[in-house]
Structures are given as C-alpha cells and as structure tokens.
Ligand binder design. Structure first.
Ligand SMILES: [Zn+2]
Length: 390
C-alpha cells in the first residue's frame, strides 16, 4: 500500500462514525482490503451488539508471534468548538483534522497498510504477525476483553499497540479504577432535619473516610516504572434545594493504579469501609465499579522495544531531529492492559504510534508527515522482527 492509498484509507476511516460503537463498518472495510490482498481475516461480532465487532488477521506462520493492535472506536465528537466537520479528513498545510485522526485511526490505518505490505514478503518471514483490531477501547474495552477470552493472545510474545505516542516509547501503563458511590438517606423539610437523613452530609463524611484510608494505604508505595497511586474525587451530586434535606447523593472517583497497591486491595478497603459505615449510620452507602483495568508493564529490554527504538531513531535522524527516543511509563491504560492479562510476565508491551496531544479534544489533529513517516516505521519494525531480508 503506497502513501496515497494509505491516505485514502485514513480518509475513509475518519468518515466512519465510530463514536463509542458501530465499529463493524471499520472491520468490514479492513476485511475487504485484506481479502483483496489475499490475507485471511475474521470479523468477530460482539455478543451485545451486532454493529460492534473486532477483526483478527494473520500473515506468516509459526513462531515467534508478534501481535499488533489498534482500536476502531473514537470518543464522541458531540462537543462545541469544532471548526471543521469532525467526520471528514481536512488537510491544511501539513495538518490533518478529524475525530480519531490521532486517537487512533492513523495508527490503525498504518497497521493495515503494514499488513498488506508484509503479505508480499510472506515467503521470507520467520514467524507470524497477528493483527487485532478492537472495538470499544474508549469505554470498558469489551473488544479487547472478548479477544483475550477467545484466546487470540495465545503465543503472542510481543505486543505493539499503535496508540498515539508520537516519537516516544511507552512500555508501562497504570491501571484505572472508576467508582460510583451512592448514599441513600431520607427526605425532610430543612426546618425539621431530625425527621430526615441527610444524604449529602453522610456522603461527605464517607468520602472523607475513604479518601484518608486509601491515601494512607497508598503512602510509601511506589513503582519504579509508573510512580505512585492517584486518587481523585471528580464528581459530586446531591440535593434539590436549600430548604430540603437531601434524600440521595452520589460521587465519582477516579484512581490510577500501580501493582504495589492493586485494584483488589483498593476494593477490599472499600468493602470494609462500606460495611463499617452502614453498621454505624442511618444512611446507607453502596458503590458500583465502572472502569476496572490493571496496570501493564513490559520488560524494558525487550527485543521489540529495542527494534522500535532503533527504527524510530533512524527516522528522526533522517528528519534532521535529535535522535534519542525517550522510553517511559504513563498513566493511561490501553487495550494492552486487558489483552496481556494472562500473558507471561516477559511478554513485550510497546506503545508506539502516530499522534499528538489533541486526542479526545475538539479539532483533533495530526501532522500528515508523521502519519506518512509511521507507514515506513511500521514496515521496518515488522520486517526486522520477522527477520525479513536476513
Ligand atoms: Zn486510543
């Protein structure tokens, strides 16, 4: 696939509405490209919605198995401030604009192009490249969850995630835990508070308790790759009007997780505090878990990481730029957090894909030159990993 064909593919991807769903149209498009190239692929519909699907494809045979993955959904484009149609790829100078152009339809298109290009050299490959295109990365990761459960990560010794890192390598991502806390009290007129149970006041007390206990437990725990636990109370709701005792109140908490203080340990503290609170108060507290993903850390000396670094630095040098590519851990999870759940500890995890810091923003953008550069980068990474030309 040449640069013009890859640009056309990116244009078609951006034109497809896959805001938190509807990914099957993208999967079908990829399948038709792979069919034409002679690549075996499968569109796997998600149980809960026939418009949602993953796609799996392979080129080559035997070991090693390199996994390459990207998601087909985007976040919503229903925000004020878009200066261009978010669903048509707009080119202005070196910039491309559109929903998902950075996160991550450019990375996805570059991986599709790499598979098509690889097929032509299949006879020279030593191993297999398995491409996993997922649904629903942005909310709940149902696509990655299904692929992992269906065994598509079996045998994968290294996973390349095409999320937007730009010219940076990410090999570790924190987990994430979202909690919804609900407090139930009893309504009454504010002149007779004793007749009611104030849900807002009880919620504030409970939030204070768990904030103190979780932050206390997190203290002194740190991960060399990921740093420390993050705990934020981000949303609080409750009450109707100033002269009424509120019957209910709720809060949302977002946490970023390290292995030293994991999701289970936090939920155990929460269960303990919920039981303690309900036994000693008239109000009743309960909680539900939203996003619940564990941290993922790949080895820093993995063969894939070294290849990605050397190929990336060669490309930076060719642009006349400083050639050192930084390698670090970040807060945000990826599909890798789910895909790697049962993988051996030494499985490589590398996030490296075209993109800038406009992901999830209005007027999401990407330099066209970076997209085109990553076409070559992915080809070279895969060729080197598969021993092509050796
Ligand atoms: Zn993404």
């Amino acid at each position: 696939m040449n640069e013009n064909e890859a640009m056309d593919l990116l244009r078609r991807f951006v034109g497809m509405h896959t805001e938190n769903g509807n990914e099957k149209i993208v999967a079908d498009e990829i399948k038709s490209i792979f069919d034409a190239a002679g690549i075996d692929s499968k569109v796997l519909t998600l149980d809960e919605d026939p418009k949602r699907a993953n796609l799996v494809a392979e080129v080559g045979h035997g070991e090693p198995v390199l996994g390459i993955t990207g998601h087909m959904d985007t976040v919503s484009a229903q925000q004020d401030g878009w200066e261009r149609d978010p669903f048509s790829l707009v080119e202005e100078g070196d910039m491309l604009y559109g929903r998902g152009v950075t996160d991550m339809k450019a990375g996805l298109a570059a991986m599709v192009a790499a598979m098509v290009n690889l097929k032509k050299h299949e006879g020279q490959m030593h191993g297999t490249v398995r491409f996993l295109a997922t649904a629903g990365e942005e909310v709940g990761m149902p696509g990655a969850t299904a692929l992992q459960a269906q065994g598509y990560m079996k045998g994968v010794e290294a996973l390349l995630v095409g999320e937007p890192s730009g010219y940076n390598i990410v090999y570790a991502t924190k987990g994430e835990l979202n909690l919804n806390i609900a407090m139930k009290g009893k309504a009454a007129h504010s002149s007779t508070p004793a007749a009611g149970i104030n849900a807002v006041e009880h919620l504030l007390e409970f939030l204070g308790t768990i904030s103190q206990r979780i932050k206390g437990a997190a203290e002194g725990k740190s991960n060399p790759d990921l740093g420390e636990t993050v705990f934020n109370i981000d949303v609080i709701r409750g009450g109707q009007q100033v002269n009424a005792i509120p019957e209910s109140a709720s809060a949302e908490i977002n946490m970023r997780i390290i292995p030293e203080f994991d999701n289970k340990a936090i939920l155990a503290i929460l269960d303990d505090e919920v039981a303690r609170f309900n036994a000693s108060h008239k109000a009743t507290v309960s909680y539900t878990v939203g996003m619940d993903i564990v941290p993922a850390i790949g080895p820093k000396d993995a063969r894939l990481l070294n290849i990605v670094k050397s190929v990336g630095e060669r490309h930076l040098k060719a642009q006349g730029k400083a050639a050192e590519i930084p390698v670090f851990g970040v807060s945000g999870g990826t599909d890798g957090s789910v895909l790697l759940l049962d993988s051996p500890k030494d499985t490589a995890y590398v996030m490296f894909g075209p993109g800038n810091d406009t992901m999830h923003c209005v007027n999401e953008s990407l330099p066209k030159s970076m997209f085109l550069d990553f076409l070559g980068i992915y080809d070279e990474i895969i060729d080197e990993y598969m021993g092509i030309g050796k």
